[in-house]
Design a protein around this ligand. Structure first.
Ligand code: SF4
Ligand code: F3S
Length: 106
């Protein structure tokens, strides 16, 4: 599966959802997740993310391993999203800030 990681938080560009052939993105207030049971590993979403927040589960950056479980959990709770919308208002300010997990809204 592919996994959405830290740098999506408070940016949420949503370019990723447009290319997913199986519509397996789910949306929270300031973050998106991928449902690992639905992702077919096509890799199309990875280069679409302006924040470079999407990784194959085999390539999750060190220290962000917990995002695999976070994607699994929240994709079972949050609603599906298939169409791009505006990024969050302060996306430029937050893009690249490290350690944003503390700001994750559920
Ligand atoms: Fe969707 Fe493919 Fe990305 Fe998986 S890797 S979330 S199937 S676009
Ligand atoms: Fe997040 Fe990147 Fe998609 S910032 S919403 S994973 S395009």
């Amino acid at each position: 599966t592919f996994v959405v990681t830290d740098n999506c938080i408070r940016c949420k560009y949503t370019d990723c959802v447009e290319v997913c052939p199986v519509d397996c993105f789910y949306e929270g207030p300031n973050f998106l997740v991928i449902n690992p049971d639905e992702c077919i590993d096509c890799a199309l979403c990875e280069p679409e993310c302006p924040a470079n927040a999407i990784f194959s589960e085999d390539e999750i950056p060190a220290g962000q391993e917990e995002f695999l479980a976070i994607n699994e959990e929240l994709s079972g709770i949050w609603p599906n999203i298939t169409e791009k919308k505006d990024a969050l208002p302060d996306h430029e300010k937050w893009d690249g800030v490290e350690g944003k997990l503390q700001y994750l809204e559920r």
